[in-house]
Design a protein around this ligand. Structure first.
Ligand SMILES: Cc1cc2nc3c(=O)[nH]c(=O)nc-3n(C[C@H](O)[C@H](O)[C@H](O)COP(=O)(O)OP(=O)(O)OC[C@H]3O[C@@H](n4cnc5c(N)ncnc54)[C@H](O)[C@@H]3O)c2cc1C
Ligand SMILES: NC(=O)c1ccc[n+]([C@@H]2O[C@H](COP(=O)([O-])OP(=O)(O)OC[C@H]3O[C@@H](n4cnc5c(N)ncnc54)[C@H](O)[C@@H]3O)[C@@H](O)[C@H]2O)c1
Length: 465
């Protein structure tokens, strides 16, 4: 049994754990990371963000090949199987692992491979699974163990027709018809992926509209485009039972409906990875989803134990997890903590969706006098040239001060485009104004032109009053 002592011990090597470890190491602290998987990168690189975005990219390329008339001179439209697209998409994972492994080497962060469990508030046992055990002590411990798909006990996930967002990355055939249960971000993204491959999709939503945190117009646009891609969205439904046999899977809904398909993808929620940590040894409690509660500076109720990333719940994004990791390292090194707020939304459906700031519904409820400036991608030169002309940029701004209050976008590269608006919104005082887009010369033709068009549209609406 080996013993090690560090200033900071991080459990988990996803975006939250990695950025906490690298930040602490750069402040000359002795840092170690424990990771149960053989490779670093977390669920982000192996099961979540990276494989799903890579799959979606491959599908998008296929759709493009099949829809652009110029390519017809090279041959007929093509169909690719899910395993084939998956194989192409999976190539990015080892590249990610290599990239992230280098960070540990360069920053002299020691990596221990095995399952971590607490012995006490400063001591963690690492079980490598082959009988070897290590004991590690550290002054500060950061829990960054992430999350996994939530699996209700009455659904048989061992059946080869029943998948969740982890096991779908092992599916070795292409269903003709798929049910996606849960229309959160993961469900909507996979609905785009499978419908893009020509799979008939039934998307079951527990709520009465898709992604209800989005601006209504954007949510409606997503519904329209999913329908247009042969996805049947069923709102306000809940499952009664899921039964699978050799030939099909049957989903019974509480409303009395019965749906049959070749496979079902369960996308209804996630649970924090805390069950293996032996938290009893520290006195820490978790909520019913296995998540830890932290204060503004990411400290748990035990003074030297911190938690960041998916294991603390909302917003459960890789983007936010990276920043939470850096923030917690600054707390440990005694610097002021910058809590991670104002996180943009980037949803990689087809079409892509992204937003920052308030929605029309929120502004109306708060009685803020606002105006809307819109630009349709089909009216931009870049959109017309690229053929990616489905989409819209919408800027919400205060009618008196012209302060930008929200930016909502759907269409090609929406997740990139939103950052221009975010940069202006983050300017203090009079720096945050829609006027910026009228006073600044942008490259042409670019999708950024949509900001100028939207600003002109908005200002013209005010001038017409
Ligand atoms: C399908 C899908 C798509 C997504 N797409 C996006 C996206 O487009 N953009 C975005 O910003 N976010 C996205 N997310 C969310 C994003 O992946 C997560 O927010 C992010 O991975 C959380 O990072 P983390 O560091 O908290 O944990 P994770 O990435 O979950 O990593 C935690 C690590 O801890 C390890 N671990 C767990 N328990 C122990 C233990 N006891 N001992 C040792 N090691 C342990 C795990 O093996 C894992 O490697 C997506 C998620 C999913 C599922
Ligand atoms: N592009 C992106 O940014 C992106 C892509 C995919 C996933 N994600 C992140 O992954 C997270 C999970 O997404 P999702 O679509 O699975 O779920 P979701 O958070 O939208 O939840 C779906 C449903 O499951 C329920 N639920 C969640 N956890 C549960 C639990 N442990 N027990 C019981 N019910 C539970 C929720 O209340 C909701 O009704 C999201 O928070 C999202 O931010 C982000």
């Amino acid at each position: 049994m080996a013993d090690h002592t560090y200033d900071v011990l991080v459990i988990g090597s996803g975006p939250a754990g990695e950025s906490a470890a690298m930040s602490a190491a750069k402040s000359n602290l002795r840092v170690a990371v424990i990771e149960s998987r053989a490779h670093v990168g977390g669920n982000c690189a192996h099961k979540g963000t990276i494989p799903s975005k890579s799959l979606r990219h491959a599908v998008k390329q296929l759709i493009r090949y099949n829809s652009v008339s110029l390519f017809r001179e090279m041959g007929d439209t093509r169909w690719l199987s899910y395993p084939r697209v998956l194989a192409a998409a999976s190539k990015v994972i080892p590249k990610q692992v290599e990239l992230h492994t280098e960070f540990y080497i360069r920053n002299r962060v020691t990596l221990h491979t095995g399952m971590a469990s607490f012995v006490d508030a400063n001591t963690v046992n690492v079980d490598s699974g082959d009988g070897a055990q290590e004991t590690i002590t550290a002054e500060s411990i950061i829990i960054a163990t992430g999350s996994r798909p939530y699996r209700p006990a009455d659904v048989d996930f061992s059946h080869p027709r029943v998948y969740d967002s982890d096991t779908i990355l092992e599916m070795q055939h292409t269903p003709r018809h798929m049910i996606i249960y849960g229309a959160g971000v993961i469900g909507c993204e996979y609905a785009s992926i499978f419908s893009g491959l020509g799979v008939k999709v039934d998307l079951i939503n527990n709520r009465d509209r898709l992604l209800s945190f989005l601006d209504d117009e954007i949510s409606d646009a997503l519904s329209y485009h999913l329908r247009d891609s042969d996805v049947t969205v069923r709102h306000s439904e809940e499952y009664e039972s899921i039964e699978a046999d050799d030939h099909s899977v049957t989903l019974r809904l509480k409303s009395g409906k019965r749906l049959k398909a070749d496979a079902i993808l369960w996308c209804n929620g996630r649970s924090g990875n805390t069950d293996k940590l032996n938290l009893e040894a520290t006195g820490l409690d978790v909520d019913y989803r296995g998540n830890l509660k932290v204060s503004q500076d990411y400290r748990t109720s035990v003074d030297n134990i911190f938690a960041v990333g998916d294991v603390i719940g909302w917003p459960s994004l890789a983007s936010a997890s990276f920043d939470q990791g850096r923030a917690v390292a600054s707390v440990i090194t005694g610097e002021p903590c910058k809590p991670v707020t104002n996180v943009p939304t980037g949803i990689y459906t087809l079409p892509e969706i992204s937003s920052i700031g308030q929605t029309e519904t929120e502004l109306t409820a708060a009685r803020v006098p606002y105006e809307v400036g819109r630009a349709l991608f089909k009216n931009t030169a870049r959109g017309q040239i690229s053929g990616e002309d489905v989409g819209m940029l919408k800027i919400l701004f205060h009618v008196d001060s012209l302060e930008i209050l929200g930016v909502h976008c759907f269409g090609a590269e929406a997740a990139e485009i939103v950052h221009i608006g975010q940069a202006i919104m983050s300017q203090s005082g009079a720096g945050n104004t829609i006027q910026f887009f009228l006073d600044t010369t942008f490259n042409y033709p670019t999708m950024a032109e949509a900001y100028r068009l939207a600003a002109l549209d908005g200002i013209n609406r005010i001038n017409r009053r």
